[in-house]
Design a protein around this ligand. Structure first.
Ligand SMILES: [Zn+2]
Length: 210
């Protein structure tokens, strides 16, 4: 089941992902989309930084029936059918359940906790997928339950590869996937470091960007 969902998950670069499952086309933080892309049923936006809430990219996949789920700063920039969540809140859209979870920095200033920006845990075809957003390793992670975890690994604005590995050990997903590298900051060595730190402990899948 988890591998079936993994096979339907595509990395669009940086923190952007597309999952076509549960009869839905779901995007997380679409950014720098090139070429033709399937219109979205659901778009999840973690926070309003330009590389996560990219109006230009959202425009490319938005259709009249699209539901956008996000936090309040991003919601102010967006139009259409927008659901605003606070960390800890959840909703259900077209059979997909969406939980908003905290996402913030602990030792840098870019993503303050008081902004109430988000990570998401969605459940599709019975599989839980966690997209962390721009976060450090935070104590709340110990309580997250997920089968697949998408975790930033680049350092600078988010946790480092070693901190992300610690986060994965807390969360204990079946599969951990490194993200937030090869675009704004970070490179393949961060993903490799993440995989090395979890070797023999948690299965790591490094997706190829499409
Ligand atoms: Zn950010």
């Amino acid at each position: 089941m988890v591998d079936t969902i993994l096979g339907k998950l595509e990395w669009l670069g940086h923190d952007g992902y597309r999952l076509v499952a549960g009869n839905q086309v779901i995007y997380f933080d679409p950014f720098k989309l090139s070429g033709e892309h399937q219109p979205a049923d659901i778009i999840l936006i973690t926070h309003d930084h330009f590389d996560h809430c990219s109006l230009e990219d959202i425009e490319k996949i938005l259709q009249e029936s699209t539901t956008i789920i996000t936090e309040s700063d991003s919601a102010k920039k967006l139009s259409g059918s927008v659901i605003t969540l606070q960390p800890g809140e959840s909703c259900e859209v077209n059979g997909i359940s969406v939980e908003a979870v905290p996402s913030y920095n602990t030792n840098k200033k870019f993503h303050p906790k008081k902004n109430s920006w988000l990570g998401f845990i969605i459940t599709v075809e019975g599989v839980r997928i966690y997209h962390a957003g721009d976060t450090d390793y935070i104590p709340e992670m110990k309580n997250f339950k997920t089968d697949i975890a998408l975790l930033p690994v680049s350092g600078t604005y988010v946790m480092t590869a070693d901190e992300a590995a610690q986060a994965a050990l807390d969360i204990k997903p079946e599969i951990a996937i490194p993200m937030h590298y090869n675009s704004i900051v970070g490179d393949t060595s961060d993903a490799e470091q993440f995989a090395k730190a979890l070797d023999g402990k948690i299965r790591v899948e490094t997706l190829q960007q499409v």
